[in-house]
Ligand binder design. Sequence first.
Ligand code: GLY
Ligand code: MN
Ligand code: MN
Length: 462
Amino acid sequence: MFAKETYIARREQLRKEVGHGLILIQGNHEAPCNYTDNTYWFRQDSTFLYFFGLQREDLVGVLDCDSGVDYLFADDYDIDDIIWTGPLPAVSELAASVGVAHSGTLAQLQTLCTKTVGEARKIHYLPPYRADNIRQMSELLGLRYDAVTRYASMELIHACVRQRSVKSAEEVAEIERAIDTAYNMHVGAMKMAMPGRYEYELAGFMQGEAWKGNGPVSFPVIMTVHGETLHNHGHNHRLEAGRMLVMDAGCETPMNYCSDITRSVPVGGRFNERQRAIYDIVLAGQLEAIRIARPGVTYQQVHTEVSRILARGYKDLGILRGDVDDIVAAGAHSLLMPHGLGHMMGLDVHDMENYGQIYVGYDDETRPSDQFGLGSLRCGRRLQPGFVVTDEPGCYFIPALIDKWRAEGTHKDFINFDELEKWKDFGGIRIEDDILITDTGCRVLGKPIPKTVEEIEQTMSE
Ligand code: GLY
Ligand code: MN
Ligand code: MN
């Protein structure tokens, strides 16, 4: 945990921003895997972590904007729990550890909510994303289960986005810790990427490295020789020479700050000519984003500039044709990259996505596009110092999508479908770093992980 003053200051700011009423922040509960007592590893809710920092299950935090008083609610453990878990702090002790003077039971929370509803005071809450928290909110507020999400507070969503989007120095240091562990995950896995190995061996290694850093992975490891499937979670292929291996993986620190890194390497450690050609195009795009991302520029503009680099590269290879600006304006290049350049990252790998992506990645000024590819950009808004975003362009030869566009004649003036036929067995490449927007530009976070063709070949030969 950070010092309790951090949490006190964050809650103080939130109360001021929201201004009136009661704010309810639900922690998470244990989640059963295959029977009640066999649970998934516990993952605290990120908003709860941000404002209260506590890892225990079943906690609910309350901020009273009118009186300025904060509360922590949960039931204390009794001896029947403690014989299984060992001694645990009382809820009042947990509350005191993060500067909260008032604590109570869940029955007392119910009484407070019922009273507040009766007084017609506003109760602000975020849209719950787990069924048990939707049910809890429905009971606390006397709302129908299916009405809970609808009545989530837009004022609270916007206030949390404003606060959490700008990372403090201590948050950035935590994220860099997560990237340092990701360094061990990626460099170790690169060295294992030899013919005859199986994807699951490398994926298992990465998960082990994450836990060695004392945290879980930040999302299910993507480790695949079929990188053309963007989020391929299967790990059963044997590594064969000639395939590109996409490794998209990150971890969380014990405080749950995340990393999200992708490297793509040739099985066996040597790029062939085709692999190097595509790799260098994607890398040029990834580096262009690092060159131009800065305060005042929108990430939509950065995405578009990167798209121009990619389109120019594919045009030089004879895959695309025509004017590069026209190709990008039409969205023809998105056949090879049907996703956006990146997303915010912090306590969630897709930071705050539970609030609704549109409120995190867009605002009144910058609206999402409905164009294929650009429409999948999770963060398009104007960048500010302190934002942490991912920079993750890719190139994917997706046979089903190529066939569909060819059959429909989609962007046929810009796409050389005959040439593309030769690339349909290529797979995919993605390169991803986590960047911090600084006052004048941006900084790639963490210890540098081998990224150029030469660095990767060198690492894989060691
Ligand atoms: N790991 C998922 C992503 O890169 O967004
Ligand atoms: Mn990723
Ligand atoms: Mn990502």
